[in-house]
Write a protein that binds this ligand. Structure first.
Ligand code: PEP
Ligand code: MN
Length: 353
C-alpha cells in the first residue's frame, strides 16, 4: 500500500498522540473518517517519555483497538514501533503501516533489530528524522529498513531538538529534509508539524511551508478533547480544526519537483532557516547577558571587564579563522554583539529592584 493518496496533496495521517482508551480511539477515528485527505489513522501505544512517571502508553492492548478501527471503520491504521517486539506485535495484529520514532532512528542497532524483525514482509514503514540534525543517520535508517521490507519506506520530518529553540519545540531546520530529498528523490516525504511546533500556534504556518517545499503529506496529532490528552496536550487539535487547517492551505502543484539542493527556492529556504537559527542563538546570548547583569548587580561588579572582552575577541577570531570567515567582518559582528550585551546588562542593573 502506498503512503500517498493519488492526486491529493497533502495526504494526511491523523489521530491522537496516544491511544488512551477504546472509546477515545473510536471517537477520534469516527470524526476523522470523512476527511478526504485522510489516509491513515495514527495512535501511539508505547510513549517515549523524557522522564519517568508520566503516561507511558497503553501498550499492546491498544493494538486490538487499532485493528478494530481498521476493520469496523475501514481506515488504515498506523502506530510507532520502537523495537523488534513492537514490530512483531504490529505484524501479528495486521497493523497497516508503522513509523519509527525520532528516539529510535538515532540508534543504528535498534533500527537494524527492527529491520531484521520485519525481513521478508511487505510492512510499509515511515522513518522519522533522528532527534538531532544528522542527515546520515536518517538516510542510514531508511536504507536499513528498505533492505528488509518490500513495502514502501517513506521519510517523516519532525524537526530537531535544539537547546536554543524558543519558537518551536523542535527546530524545523528545513535544510535537512531538502538534503534528504536530494539524496533520495524517489522516497515520499511527509512532515509532522505537531512535533515541530509543540503547540497549535504555528501548525498552519509549518504545514504551508512543508507544502511549499513539495512535501507529499502531513502527520497531525488530533484529539477529540485536546486539553484532556494524556500526552502532548498542547499540540493536538480537534478533527474539525484539522479540516479548517487543511482548507486554509495553498497547494501549488508545480513546486513538486523543485525540492532539490541546488534549486534557488530551496537555497532561499535553507538560508531562511539558518537566519532563523542565528536569531535564536542571538536571543539566547542576550538572555545570558541579562542573567549576568543580575549577577553583577547583586555582587556589586561593573558591567565592562576589559580582560574578558579581550579574551572574547581572541578566541572568537581564532574560531572564525578556522571556519574561513573574514577577520574584518567577524570583528565588526563581535563589536555589535558586545555593544548590545553591555546595553542589556546595563538595563538590568539600572532596573529598580
Ligand atoms: C509521536 O509521533 O507521538 C512521537 C513520539 O514522535 P517523535 O518520535 O517525533 O517524538
Ligand atoms: Mn506526540
Amino acid at each position: 500500500m502506498s503512503f500517498k493518496i493519488e492526486n491529493i496533496r497533502p495526504t494526511v495521517i491523523a489521530g491522537p498522540c496516544s491511544a488512551e482508551n477504546r472509546d477515545q480511539v473510536f471517537a477520534t477515528a469516527q470524526e476523522l473518517k470523512s476527511n478526504k485527505n485522510l489516509k491513515y489513522f495514527r495512535a501511539g501505544l508505547w510513549k517515549p517519555r523524557t522522564r519517568p512517571n508520566s503516561f507511558e502508553g497503553v501498550g499492546s492492548e491498544g493494538m486490538v483497538w487499532l485493528a478494530e478501527v481498521q476493520k469496523e471503520l475501514g481506515i488504515p491504521v498506523m502506530t510507532e514501533i520502537a523495537n523488534a517486539e513492537h514490530a512483531e506485535l504490529a505484524l501479528k495484529h495486521g497493523i497497516d503501516a508503522v513509523w519509527i520514532g525520532a528516539r529510535t532512528t538515532v540508534s543504528p542497532f535498534t533500527v537494524q533489530n527492527i529491520a531484521d524483525s520485519i525481513k521478508g514482509t511487505s510492512l510499509p514503514v515511515m522513518v522519522k528524522n533522528p532527534m538531532h540534525a544528522d542527515l546520515g543517520l536518517w538516510l542510514g535508517a531508511i536504507e536499513r529498513i528498505s533492505a528488509s521490507t518490500t513495502g514502501e519506506v517513506a521519510a517523516l520530518h519532525r524537526g530537531f531538538s535544539n537547546y536554543t529553540q524558543h519558537k518551536y519545540r523542535n527546530a524545523p531546520m528545513w535544510e535537512l529534509p531538502i538534503g534528504l530529498k536530494s539524496e533520495l528523490p524517489e522516497v515520499s516525504l511527509f512532515c509532522d508539524p505537531s512535533h515541530i511546533c509543540g503547540n497549535t500556534e504555528f501548525l498552519s504556518f509549518v504545514s504551508q511551508k512543508a507544502m511549499d517545499l513539495g512535501m507529499d503529506g502531513l502527520m497531525i496529532e488530533t484529539h477529540t478533547i485536546p486539553n484532556e490528552a494524556l500526552s502532548d496536550a498542547s499540540q493536538q487539535i480537534t478533527p474539525t480544526e484539522l479540516i479548517e487547517l487543511l482548507s486554509g492551505l495553498e497547494i501549488r502543484s508545480n513546486l513538486k519537483d523543485s525540492i532539490t539542493d541546488s534549486d534557488l527556492s530551496a537555497l532561499r529556504i535553507k538560508m531562511d532557516s539558518i537566519d532563523e537559527q542565528l536569531m535564536e542563538l542571538l536571543s539566547g546570548r542576550m538572555e545570558i547577558a541579562k542573567l549576568m547583569g543580575e549577577f553583577k548587580k547583586v555582587e556589586g561588579l561593573t558591567v565592562l571587564h576589559l580582560e574578558r572582552w579581550r579574551e572574547i575577541v581572541r578566541t572568537r577570531m581564532k574560531w572564525s579563522k578556522e571556519l574561513g570567515l573574514s577577520e574584518e567582518f567577524i570583528l565588526r559582528v563581535l563589536e555589535q554583539v558586545h555593544k548590545e550585551s553591555i546595553k542589556v546588562q546595563t538595563d538590568v542593573m539600572n532596573q529598580e529592584s
